[in-house]
Design a protein around this ligand. Structure first.
Ligand SMILES: Nc1ncnc2c1ncn2[C@@H]1O[C@H](COP(=O)(O)OP(=O)(O)O)[C@@H](O)[C@H]1O
Ligand SMILES: [Mg+2]
Length: 254
């Protein structure tokens, strides 16, 4: 599909903030690029950008300039590694979180133009059910939802999926359980969420895997380097590599 039918575009979203969207999106993008895929990571947290911080980037241009000044999005692309590019967003610009529908359309069509050159396009969105989260998710048909074993993160993930299912008729959800104590816990948490989603929303999510709570992730964020690169043998990095293989299999199959 990725070679023939255009890029595979997927959002990375969550109900609750701080569950690991940006960290997973950055490391997953890097992992996919190391496997030979051409990957674009869009910072979809348009008002409070984080991708650049996690990667320690020196950003010159952002998506804001395309929306507000008409700058060509191709000039904003930053090449991080072979096959891995990033579109950085602005931070502390609240109006970017409330784009008019005209600006949303303009931005999405610019993004579609840039996306063509990639196999996978990941959109790291803001948390919750705010406007930008909804229109980014409405743009795509595949949604990675991240949550942790924390019950509030699970109920918020359910609420997000409910909105996307009932109001936008979305069906393809790929779940990632982050910050687990064990593989067993990750699987149990997924099964729990799956049964609720099937029972109340009539959907069958796919399980992409879990990532353990691991200090290597925290050290990576603090040093502004992907943990996959900094500590490739850590438990989190090993889990991420496995998750990345499942990601390719599951998302290419649809
Ligand atoms: N698997 C993990 N193990 C340990 N800490 C983690 C893990 N995933 C995320 N974190 C911590 O959570 C923080 C928030 O993660 P982040 O990716 O910024 O979340 P989000 O983008 O969902 O708001 C990170 O800075 C890191 O310290
Ligand atoms: Mg984030």
């Amino acid at each position: 599909m990725t070679a023939r039918g255009g890029p595979c575009i997927v959002t990375i979203s969550s109900g609750k903030g701080g569950v690991g969207k940006t960290t997973v999106a950055v490391n997953l993008s890097l992992c996919l690029s190391l496997a030979g895929k051409r990957v674009l990571l869009i910072d979809g947290d348009l008002g409070l950008a984080n991708v650049d911080v996690v990667l320690g980037l020196n950003v010159r241009h952002t998506i804001r300039e395309t929306v507000q000044e008409g700058r060509d999005l191709k000039d904003t692309l930053m090449r991080i590694a072979p096959g891995f590019s990033v579109l950085p967003a602005s931070s502390g610009v609240p109006e970017m979180t409330r784009l008019s529908s005209q600006d949303q359309e303009l931005l999405l069509s610019s993004l579609e133009g840039v996306a063509e050159d990639f196999d996978y396009v990941l959109v790291d969105t803001a948390a919750g059910i705010g406007e930008s989260v909804l229109w980014f998710n409405n743009w795509v048909n595949k949604h990675c939802i991240i949550f942790s074993p924390d019950p509030t993160s699970m109920t918020d993930a359910y609420a997000l999926i409910k909105v996307l299912t009932t109001r936008y008729d979305k069906k393809n959800f790929y779940l990632i359980v982050n910050q687990v104590e064990s593989v067993k816990e990750g699987k149990e948490i997924f099964l729990n969420m799956e049964s609720v989603l099937t029972r109340f929303l009539g959907i069958t999510p796919k399980f992409l895997g879990s990532i353990p709570r691991d200090n290597a992730v925290i050290r990576g964020v603090r040093s502004q380097q992907p943990f996959l690169q900094k500590e490739p043998d850590s438990r989190a990095a090993r889990a991420l590599k496995q998750l990345s293989r499942g990601f390719v299999e599951e998302l290419t199959a649809v």
